[in-house]
Design a protein around this ligand. Structure first.
Ligand SMILES: Cc1ncc(COP(=O)(O)O)c(C=O)c1O
Length: 363
């Protein structure tokens, strides 16, 4: 078969997706999962109950546009937002696809600092051009450099806050100053997958800008995967002005799995459970950061449920040796470890002690 004669030009030209190519050659369920930024505490018992109950009605369609969830989200956020300010899909990843489908034409430039790989796929599959602006030396998202990189071809800027894989965040003040520098015809998409894990009061969601800056195309992308412990359930959403959401909904992908949708609605009501889980994750994060620092590892400040670190060793080998010891971490840039249970976090530190003794230092 001459595949190239039948494939779309975009697929032929698109580099292999980092995510799609990350087929695990090992059974990751046999490992301590500290590589995918999952929430180790999982769904609240009440959420699980709704999920199981709704699974009994799995033969019935839920709602093709996620209507009940959009209603619940509008009530949850308030601030004048209505269900028409929300679009839903199978995880934030689906919303990233919808973002691309709504705005990108071939040749459009999409500015971003090194971040979640799905944004690159979103651009390249539409023959748009991802323009990657380097991070600051401290691995912070470089807003000044992004603003300077805007050209007449810039269609969209991605601001992941906090960022993956660095874990770092941007304060509200910095973001408001940045927005003022950006032309009003450029879409600014905020990915806030991990925002709830930040304990800095100056780090805030940008969703109020949807009402405060109606002349700007601002989209805020969120997920139930991380804070709400529902990564396998696949529920995410976007918030934006009504006219933008109306167009995003024309891009296929708003249909949700029924148990997941009702479980997500319940999750919004179980804030106490999630606050407790978050406190445990932040305690685990502080523990790992402190212990790694004591071992001479460079740790980047994290506002998420994962930590980026530089062990000053061959980072591929660090990951391999952790896998040999039963721990999966990831290497999207240096080494990145997700916070897990107290026991896993302590075991991880024990293993790191051994590995740092074995591997030679790289200056
Ligand atoms: C920054 C960021 N955005 C979005 C996602 C996608 O999350 P999901 O598709 O599970 O909602 C991830 C997942 O790791 C992420 O790190």
């Amino acid at each position: 078969m001459d595949l190239n004669s039948i494939l779309s030009e975009a697929v032929i030209k698109k580099p292999q997706s980092k995510r799609a190519s990350s087929n695990f050659t090992m059974d990751i369920n046999k490992l301590r999962r500290m590589g995918l930024n999952e929430n180790v505490y999982g769904m609240a018992p009440g959420v699980l109950k709704v999920y199981e109950e709704e699974a009994k009605h799995g033969n019935l369609y839920g709602d093709f546009g996620g209507g009940p969830l959009k209603q619940a989200l509008a009530e949850f956020y308030g601030g004048g937002l209505t269900p028409d300010n929300f679009d839903c899909g199978a995880g934030s990843s689906a919303m990233i696809e919808k973002l691309g489908g709504t705005f990108l034409n071939p040749g459009d430039e999409v500015l971003m600092c090194p971040t979640f790989a799905a944004f690159i796929d979103m651009a390249t599959i539409r023959m748009a051009v991802p323009v990657i602006v380097p991070l600051k030396e401290d691995k912070g998202y470089d807003l000044d450099a992004l603003a300077e990189a805007v050209t007449p071809k810039t269609k969209m800027i991605i601001v992941t806050n906090p960022n993956n894989p660095t874990g770092q965040c941007l304060k509200e003040k910095e973001l408001l100053a940045f927005i003022e520098k950006i032309p009003k015809n450029v879409v600014i998409a905020f990915d806030e997958a991990y925002l709830e894990y930040s304990d800095d009061p100056e780090v805030k969601s940008m969703y109020p800008l949807i009402k405060k800056m109606p002349d700007r195309p601002i989209v805020v992308q969120k997920t139930f995967s991380k804070y709400y412990g529902m990564a396998g359930v696949r529920i995410g959403y976007a918030m934006a002005a009504e006219e933008i959401i109306a167009k995003m909904r024309t891009v296929p992908g708003s249909s949700l799995n029924r148990p997941g949708m009702y479980a997500a609605i319940q999750a919004l009501k179980e804030q106490e459970y999630y606050k407790e889980a978050c406190a445990k994750i932040i305690a685990g994060r502080t523990y790992i950061q402190d212990e790694l620092t004591k071992l001479g590892v460079t740790v980047y400040p994290s506002h998420t449920n994962f930590i980026l670190f530089d062990a000053h060793r061959d980072y591929t080998k660090v990951r391999e040796m952790l896998i040999e010891r039963g721990i999966l971490i990831n290497n999207p840039m240096l080494n990145r470890v997700s916070v897990s249970t107290k026991e896993d976090n302590e075991y991880f530190i024990e293993c790191m002690k051994e590995i740092l003794e074995i591997l030679p230092v790289i200056e």
